[in-house]
Design a protein around this ligand. Structure first.
Ligand code: NAP
Length: 328
């Protein structure tokens, strides 16, 4: 521990794209924060990331813990009152257990340790993947919708998020002993990164800007700014009536396709975007998609950034961090 103040806030998965932003925001708010990492070798990398946002990392401390192992969680939760559980595997795999087991069992490890430690509230980063990946006649989704794990052909990642969030609510209902849970369900996250590599959802941007993606996938989605998701974590922790609820987090306006993202990059960024694809991969036109963010705006006070600003600032941050092959 490097701080004289004892942390009462825990963020799991401190190395992550979202978590580094959330750590920086919590530190900037004056909180003393502990974070978990799989290996303490990553400590300096996380400190550098939060400093990139202008935060002072003096009140940040680290504990090693893995979602697939009991070791470390009791120490991670000691003295903690508030938990932001962001850690979950963000990998593409054809083997569902590779993501379902760490996501579900990890969430349960965190909740069990939180309950033992007398934590007040856990804010869980779930996903739109736990809400809107089962077909509906009209693709119009709000927080009452759930992805059905039995959906034929459901890929491993949305399955992991649906199973983990369901397990979290079941745990709190049966064994939570007063522990409050809030689930945040962001759509696809973009926005400036603080990490030293293009992690997670940012690989799509590097593929477009470096020209390795020659045609955009035919998919329609909502976009959430990483800074807004972090702000939603803070509001979900401090808003009394958020307890027991889920919140979809995304920008206002119509949902987008990857070709829409490519068009914004080309229009706004000139030479930096000269390799961005101009065509979509073959396939059917994705069905219209509506995702509601009214609850987060009304109850959490979320004022989401416009998606165009998010797209432009993502590309600029990747350029500024030297994470693109194109240097314009
Ligand atoms: P990320 O950068 O890949 O962060 C994931 C974090 O989880 C990393 O800290 C990673 O640690 C950790 N993790 C993965 N497997 C682990 C394990 N077995 N034990 C311990 N830690 C493990 O992705 P992100 O975009 O920040 O995602 C953060 C959260 O947001 C996740 O819950 C994700 O499902 C959710 N989410 C993301 C998006 C999106 O578009 N990015 C959208 C909706 C929801 P390592 O660095 O050691 O791998």
């Amino acid at each position: 521990m490097t701080s004289s103040s004892t942390p009462t806030v825990l963020v799991t998965g401190g190395t992550g794209y979202l978590a580094t932003r959330l750590l920086a925001d919590l530190l900037a708010s004056g909180a003393a924060v502990r974070t978990t990492v799989r290996s303490l070798d990553r400590e300096e990398e996380v400190r550098a990331a939060v400093r990139r946002a202008g935060a002072d990392d003096g009140a940040l401390s680290f504990v090693a813990a893995s979602l697939t192992d009991d070791e470390g969680w009791e120490a991670a939760l000691a003295g903690i009152e508030e938990v932001h559980h962001t850690a979950s595997p963000m990998i593409q795999t054809a083997v569902p257990d590779e993501v379902v087991i760490p996501a579900r069992d990890g969430a349960l490890r965190v909740l069990r340790a939180a309950s033992h430690a007398g934590v007040r509230r856990v804010v869980l980063t779930s996903s739109f993947a736990a809400v809107g990946y089962s077909p509906k006649p009209v693709r119009d989704y709000d927080e009452s919708d759930w992805t059905d794990p039995e959906t034929p052909g459901l890929p491993a990642y949305p399955l992991s998020k649906a199973v983990a969030e369901r397990a979290a609510w079941d745990f709190v209902e049966r064994e939570g002993a007063g522990l409050e849970l809030v689930a945040l369900n962001p759509t696809w996250i973009a926005g400036p990164t603080l990490t030293a590599s293009a992690r997670s959802s940012l690989a799509v941007f590097t593929g477009m800007l470096d020209g390795t993606m020659t045609a955009t996938p035919r998919q329609r989605f909502g976009m959430a700014d990483v800074r807004d998701v972090s702000a939603a974590h803070l509001a979900a922790m401090s808003t009394p009536e958020a307890a027991g609820k889920r919140y979809l987090i995304l920008a206002d306006g119509p949902t987008m396709t990857f070709l829409d993202v490519a068009d914004v990059l080309r229009r706004e960024l000139g030479p930096l975007a000269e390799r961005v694809p101009t065509v979509e991969a073959s396939g059917d036109e994705p069905a219209p998609l509506t995702i509601h963010n009214e609850r987060a705006k009304r109850e959490l006070g979320l004022r989401p950034r416009p998606a165009v600003a998010t797209i432009v600032e993502t590309a600029e941050s990747l350029r500024d961090l030297g994470l693109l092959a194109v240097r314009a």
